[in-house]
Design a protein around this ligand. Structure first.
Ligand code: MSP
Length: 524
């Protein structure tokens, strides 16, 4: 038996100084949709998420609360893990950067970088703001007349020994890589941003710190702590045991490299430039795609702590209680900031999307079809009698929807994949309106015509339910149960299962009401 093709997808690992909110839930949900779609398409999937637990921000938050950084990390990592459960997300692992498996491999990787001379000990000299514990650039120092803009005290000239990553040495290789792999950064607009900045030239970057201790000690020089971003990026490799000495005892090396790193736009530079350069230095194959989505804002405003308008977990749970988990996923995917523009989370927009797409289209189409089969054929799907309806080609529409869905999934255009599937249901609705089976049913001599209409509707609904299942897993399971069919994902027969057939003929269907109408917009 040949091995199934793998698919490795990752979310960013989330900082534990923050509590989970819509931003985190969003990225993880997108990855979940893709992971389900790929499993469904027969790929051997590894879906990774986790938490980023080191660094000065975590140290500071813990200090403010008077607790140990590890205690803070434990508390919030548990909260992030709870999100996965509440949302029914299907990640295969959850990595925490304080786990020993991660720590020892990061040290091994950094050692390798030192040996390869990609990391060196250098000296940094700059203007230091003692009150703020940070360096300011020469330009900014000049602007404030070499005083701190915060305390007004003079800046001091300080030097610091740090280990540096030789990023500048990878300039040409990175440019060539971008050239040869136009799909490496998506969407296109983001790729252009990175390319522009890349062509401005690269400088070596410090990868250690000495002014705090909550991090992974630098190998053989424990005064230094590994910079949190190097520590964090390596999670994608340590989770697969890529620097373990055990000859792939975990059996995960086959997933390397990632097919998709899904991230928010604010951390693109690290993923699109620093990360590939580190992998080049380590001589590891590079990921296929970094997909940087944009941001959710809330009712027209940026979400911020000071405005207190974060769509947080309790708010999300209220939406899920009212509309259901699948409705939440649908809104995230079809109205979210997948492309290069931000998306506005609006209670009214949520309600409208729910009503238009799920109640009036998916739910209505499924219930009309199943109800008519119940009424006119005692709940048994008739065989297609082959009646020709001029201008209507449901099998053709289903094939086009499947092709569009497949192409959309391949480029992470999840909203387009949704559109392909729901578009098929809109066609079914229009077909019903045009052929008027409720009228045809009144005439006994037109039984063949009636059977042809309803057999085709049922088959198109079945195919649409397959394509919608990664996005609406619970509701589509309900629909499949109503159609008395299984979804055999394990065998990877998606193309075969989504192909037009007469497999439903003779099977029993029951009427379904998938998405209840909810009258008043919920102002959660
Ligand atoms: N720990 C780093 C990532 C290291 S990855 C090697 C980090 N963590 S974070 O907790 O700040 O999470 C950032 C991610 O959360 C973003 O990249 C994005 O995926 C998600 N979002 C945070 N706020 C968001 C919005 N308002 N909208 C959409 N997603 C955003 O950065």
């Amino acid at each position: 038996m040949t091995a199934r093709p793998t698919a490795y997808i990752t979310t960013p690992i989330y900082y534990v100084n923050d509590r989970p909110h819509i931003g985190h839930a969003y990225t993880t949900t997108l990855c979940d949709v893709w992971a389900r779609a790929m499993r469904f398409a027969g790929r051997d999937v590894f879906f990774l998420t986790g938490t980023d637990e080191h660094g000065v921000k975590v140290e500071k938050s813990a200090r403010e609360r008077g607790i140990d950084p590890q205690a803070l990390a434990d508390e919030n990592a548990a909260e992030f893990e709870r999100v996965l459960e509440v949302f029914g997300l299907t990640n295969d692992d959850f990595i925490r950067t304080t786990q020993s498996r991660h720590v020892r491999q990061v040290q091994a990787f950094v050692k390798r970088l030192l040996e390869m001379d990609a990391v060196y000990l250098g000296e940094f000299e700059g203007w230091y703001d003692e009150g703020q514990e940070e360096y300011v650039t020469e330009n900014r120092a000049r602007e404030t007349d070499y005083t701190s803009p915060i305390s007004g005290r003079p800046l001091v000239k300080a030097t610091e020994k740090n280990y540096y990553f030789r990023l500048s040495a990878f300039q040409e290789r990175l440019e060539a890589f971008f050239e040869a792999n136009p799909g490496f950064v998506r969407p296109e607009a983001r790729r252009n941003e990175v390319l522009g900045r890349l062509r401005d030239g690269l400088q070596d970057v410090p990868i250690t710190r000495t002014n705090f201790s909550w991090g992974i000690p630098f190998p053989d020089d424990e005064q230094h702590v590994i910079y949190v971003w190097i520590d964090a990026l390596l999670n994608y490799a340590t989770a697969l045991g890529m620097a373990e000495d055990d000859g792939d005892a975990g059996g995960r090396h086959r997933y390397w490299p990632a097919d998709l790193h899904v991230i928010g736009k604010e951390i693109l530079w690290f993923h699109a430039v620093i990360w590939p350069a580190v992998l080049m230095a380590l001589d590891l194959p590079l990921p296929t795609c970094v997909y940087a989505h944009s941001f959710w804002i809330s009712e027209g405003q940026k979400m911020s702590k000071s405005l207190g308008n974060f769509i947080d977990l309790p708010t999300i749970e209220r939406y899920m209680d009212t509309y259901g988990l699948d409705a939440w996923r649908w809104y995230m995917v079809v109205q979210g900031p997948l492309g290069a523009t931000d998306a506005d989370f609006q209670a009214a927009g949520f309600h409208e999307t729910y009503t238009t797409d799920l109640v009036n289209t998916v739910g209505n189409c499924a219930s009309r079809t199943t109800a008519m089969i119940g009424k006119y054929f005692d709940g048994v799907v008739p065989a297609d009698a082959g009646t020709v309806f001029e201008g209507w080609d449901l099998p053709g529409a289903a094939a086009t929807a499947f092709e569009r869905w497949t192409a959309a999934m391949a480029t992470f255009a999840l909203d387009d994949a949704c559109e392909a599937a729901i578009g098929l249901l809109r066609t079914v609705d229009a077909f019903i309106n045009a052929t008027e089976p409720f009228k045809v049913a009144k005439d006994e001599s037109r039984r063949d015509e009636l059977a042809s209409i309803l057999a085709r509707c049922a088959e198109a609904v079945r195919i649409a339910s397959m394509l919608l299942s990664p996005i609406l897993p619970a509701k589509m399971a309900e629909l499949r149960a109503a159609l008395s069919i299984d979804l055999d994902v394990a065998n990877g027969g998606l193309a075969e299962q989504a192909a037009w057939s007469d497999r439903l003929a003779g099977s029993t269907v029951t009427k379904v009401a998938l998405f209840p109408r909810i009258e008043a917009p919920q102002d959660a």
